[in-house]
Design a protein around this ligand. Structure first.
Ligand code: MEV
Length: 294
């Protein structure tokens, strides 16, 4: 049995979602294959994998993950692996899978929101803490609550660019938290990001690429204030703004990936290749995680 686990992007609202503001995310047409293979004892696991295997009462398995996307790219790799391992062993409902995967991620990381695990599980465009869409489920943790809904709409073409350096979600979320606890500046930024997300949902529903791009640019500028962008991310974003409808970092930042809505795709790809970065010419997909026998 092989589990196909999709990478995810956040179009609007990363970091703000940790504090309960709305966010819009989607799965993209880039899947990792996750297999569990019986193995000898003594294997070294990452903390995420170790905790997932303990949850399932498993030992002596080799967790094989095949994807072209580097880990630490902000495209959901750890959530995909946790969710993928659970799905290979259990036939949970999507809601239970999303909930259990988030618990494991949260216990390992000690912070964060369930946006990645819920998006990978549900597939398509997923709205966190918004009013629109088809309700999916609600997840609560430490007095915080996140409700998820599915936004059924056309897929959006997207160029996903890896900046070449990894970002640590734990470090970046902790960095933003310091800002958030210090005063009203960060809270105002989060509120504005929440408003951008709400407008973003309308733009995505209409398939208005120019508006989606404009809002991504705005969201990126807000995120930059937290010091979570890098020089290379800025270079990629400025190419994205010139030859696309808009661009922004996606995920926790501090490295990781940029998403661009292409306009003049040929020129965009040419310019990006000159930067010698790893890129994925892809689109959002309606598929969430699934398994099948190979
Ligand atoms: C990570 O993909 C998104 C963040 O908002 C963290 C989280 O929500 O867990 C940065």
């Amino acid at each position: 049995m092989v589990v196909y686990s999709p990478h995810k992007v956040i179009l609007f609202g990363e970091h703000a979602v940790v504090y309960g503001y709305p966010a819009l995310s989607a799965t993209v047409d880039l899947f990792a294959k996750v297999y569990l293979i019986p193995s000898r004892s003594g294997l070294q696991y990452t903390p995420f994998v170790q905790r997932t295997l303990s949850y399932l009462g498993l030992s002596n398995v080799y967790v094989k993950v095949e994807t072209n996307v580097p880990s630490g790219s902000g495209l959901g790799t750890s959530s995909m692996i946790i969710t993928g391992i659970i799905m290979s062993e259990r036939d949970y409902t999507k809601e239970k899978l999303a909930r259990e995967a988030f618990n494991i991620e949260y216990e390992t990381q000690g912070l964060g929101s369930p946006i990645d695990t819920s998006t990978i599980t549900a597939g398509g465009f997923v709205l966190t803490n918004g009013k629109e869409g088809v309700p999916l489920w609600k997840i609560e943790k430490n007095g915080m609550s996140w409700s998820f809904s599915s936004i059924p709409t056309r897929n959006v073409e997207m160029v996903v660019v890896y900046s070449g350096s990894k970002g640590s979600t734990r470090e970046q979320v902790a960095k933003v938290r310091k800002f958030y606890e210090r005063g009203s500046l960060a809270k105002d930024i989060m509120k504005r990001i929440g408003n951008i997300t709400e407008e973003g949902v309308r733009a995505v529903t209409k398939g208005d690429l120019a508006k989606i791009g404009e809002l991504m640019n705005e969201n990126h500028s807000e995120l930059k204030v937290f010091g979570i962008s890098t020089d290379q991310i800025e270079k990629i974003v400025s190419i994205g703004r010139e030859f696309g409808y808009g661009a922004k970092l996606t995920g926790a930042g501090g490295g990781g990936a940029v998403i661009i809505i292409p306009k003049d795709k040929e020129k965009l790809l040419k310019k990006l290749k000159e930067l010698d970065v790893m890129l994925f010419d892809t689109s959002t997909t309606s598929a969430g995680i699934f398994k099948r026998s190979e």
